[in-house]
Design a binder for this molecule. Structure first.
Ligand code: PXL
Length: 277
């Protein structure tokens, strides 16, 4: 199955198109990309960003859609009005499910959506989405509401749905007893998914959630199952985050070798025990 990420480039490879390709690959999907912007950043600092031209964004999307059968699309960093308008006109007549991940600011404080592009983001991209995946601060920004409880999150999800997003997931919301709750609103019904809270900040965790959600939707799984699986994938990746550079840890999937090593280590004592009998 093939999935397309329309997003910005992150040279630290924790988030953006590089992060998405890693998640798509780890989950067995073939990942395609259309780059909307270049950023320069590392695990400590955000330096610069520069949008790709509308012409090249349009051409990348067309070149991919005219060749590959795309099963789902993820939209990440869109940066400015021209980019949003280009993506909207290229995708508005498609029947492919779109996961819209609102990307407003990087963990290190970089601006990833210009303030003057915010109304086009709401007006043009939200109604295209099959599901939108804001975290709590992003949901607050979209709705202008304060979210302090699960009830507040439910009200915000209903408002986001009324603004055009078909389904809504508010990530990492209400924290209680050391748990984080992701809230899904699908067809006017709420579902909650709770997970242990990891006391660490890492770069790329949010991108992993929406990329994993996109792959599971592409696989034809229900939105409830896709949300639950995406939560597990992002939890495991944050747990496995490593300090690759000098700043924030970078969330990452365990690769097959590590899993094999761990299995071998776990199996070894059992095997030795067996031979001693
Ligand atoms: O994690 C959000 C994100 C998405 N896309 C790009 C980013 C970031 C965060 O830094 O740089 C390109």
């Amino acid at each position: 199955m093939n999935v397309l990420s329309i997003a910005g480039s992150d040279p630290s490879s924790g988030a953006g198109i590089q992060g998405d390709i890693k998640t798509f690959t780890a989950l067995g999907a073939y990942g395609l990309v259309a780059v909307t912007a270049l950023t320069s950043q590392n695990s400590s600092k955000f330096f610069k960003s520069e949008p790709a031209s509308p012409e090249i964004i349009k051409s990348q999307i067309r070149s991919v859609l005219s060749d590959f059968k795309i099963d789902a699309i993820k939209i990440g960093m869109v940066y400015d009005k021209k980019t949003i308008r280009t993506i909207h006109s290229e995708l508005k007549n498609l029947k492919i499910p779109i996961v819209l991940d609102p990307i407003f600011e990087s963990t290190t404080g970089g601006i990833l959506l210009r303030i003057d592009a915010f109304s086009d983001f709401k007006k043009l991209l939200m109604p295209l989405s099959y599901v939108i995946t804001p975290n709590v601060p992003e949901a607050e920004k979209i709705t202008g509401m304060k979210i302090k409880s699960l009830d507040d999150a439910k009200k915000a999800a209903l408002k986001i749905n009324s603004m055009g997003a078909k389904n809504v997931i508010i990530k990492g919301g209400h924290m209680k007893d050391g748990k984080v709750i992701d809230l899904l609103l699908e067809n006017k019904k709420f579902h909650t998914f709770s997970q242990k809270r990891l006391a660490r900040e890492s770069h790329g965790g949010g991108c992993i959630f929406s990329a994993a959600l996109c792959v599971n939707i592409a696989k034809g799984k229900s939105l409830i199952e896709s949300t639950s699986l995406a939560q597990k994938t992002s939890f495991e990746s944050i747990k496995n985050s490593t300090r690759v550079g000098k700043g924030l840890s970078i969330a990452r999937q365990k690769n097959a070798d590590t899993i094999e090593d761990e299995l071998a280590t776990a199996i070894n004592p059992i095997c030795q025990h067996g031979t001693n009998l």
